[in-house]
Design a binder for this molecule. Sequence first.
Ligand code: F6P
Length: 544
Amino acid sequence: MSDAMALAWRAVEREGERLKGHSLRELFARDPGRFASLSFAFGDLLVDFSKERIDRAALDALLALAEAAELPARRDAMFAGERINTTEDRAALHSALRGGTDEGVAMDGAVAAHEVMAVQARFLAFAEDVRGGRCAARDGGPFTDVVHIGIGGSHLGPEMAVRALRPDHDGPRVHFVSNVDGADLADTIRGFDPARTLVLVASKTFTTQETMTNARSARAWLEAALGDRAGAHLAAISSNVDAAGAFGIRRGRVFGFWDWVGGRYSLWSAIGLPIAIAIGAARFRRLLAGAADMDAHFRTAPPCRNLPVLAGLVSIWRRNVMRCPSVALIPYDQRLARFPAYVQQLEMESNGKRVARDGGPVARPTAPAVWGEPGTNAQHSFFQLLHQGTDVVPVDFIVAAQAREADADHHRLLVANCLAQGQALAFGRTRDEARAEMGAAGVDEVTAERLAPHRTFPGDRPSTTIVHHRLDPRSLGRLVALYEHRVFVEGVLWDVNSFDQWGVELGKKLADRLRPALDGSPLPEGVDVSTAGLIRHLDRSTAR
Ligand code: F6P
């Protein structure tokens, strides 16, 4: 670590020490301008950090840390197509898919922006053909259902976005299958007419065992009903075009992308095909435009007003100064129900790393665990722990000012709940307040005294509130790109490669080795006694 970085980290830690003794109640009482100075806007998007346990001085120390880490230069290297994914010798140029890279920039040394546009035009034309019935089922009728098969980055983004944009759907119904558990495919296609179903197989590598197993079963399902006409009901999205061809999907139905598009950053590529089928090419382009808005902001706004930079720095504060090992993401938006799962992969697969870029150990804890559910449902399950549990879990709240539904009553209540939770976490309820409230409600003194500790909320629990005008393709694109770039900023400060994922390899290899033993073949040599015992037990249970 450079001397400048070490000094900057020490300054951040000193700020942490300074703020330790000051509660959020105190910080708000001391500075009535806190909201104005710690909330930041970009277009209709507002990000309020004032309920985080920081102040301007702490933020300045974090900004100095970003400078010492040469964040602007690292960001520019990503947008310029440098091979910043050093362990796989690849660029990370998902921004190029949404127009965030200048025309003519050579990507990966070979692919130019116009090629990206050509592939995009091709898969969007296919989406429109499916929607318009020009790409028809074998009998000439339109497809009524589309089943997208993929996993991880080839699944979470499309599923999240399709759900988020439900009011914009005017194409065939789109469904998702990801788990190798046969229940996923079986439950999804139950009752579907194969003669009216299009199956999309999405896999960057076209080798992922879950996706290939599901794809083979789906193909068999189509073949059983349609015989050799089944091919007309299949399309693929992959950067391994040859493997898709070998699977039996004809060239014109294979939509490619490039190795510089990481799986978890791929919804902007042909992996977004199910989104385009659901909402149409024009709205899909608005999704891309929203992400491009955020790219431009990230590239050009000064760090002190740059939303992804600030959000990344606040994450660092939560993780490395407050030492919080997990964060919750609570969209007050039912249509963003899969957004926490999407960000979970984005954060944990990108920055869940224990070695730095040079292969040495990281200097500090890296990615937190990310989890969440939409509000208000979450309030009635795990919010108890957020308010009164022994660990502090910082929360991101996301809420739209305007609903897509006409009934404003629901939305007012939703927003009130979102704001109330942030308040309760930040300011809590003291023991005296709890006692006084019970007294006012007519509870006798002895009971009030006994219940007061249970009804006390410690407060001082940080949250960030993200408000946008309303959830639509453009605002969703912006929101997703905000989180992508936040993860990038964190990765720079932790000095990890945010674009590889070697940690998923070992389990896949071991599963391949164990699989024959589950068919009755001898156990692999050297297998541990626990795994061997479990296989024998499963074998006996299968025989029952
Ligand atoms: O599980 C790891 C992973 O490699 C993800 O990063 C990726 O998105 C997913 O598997 C699926 O990979 P593919 O698109 O090649 O099937």
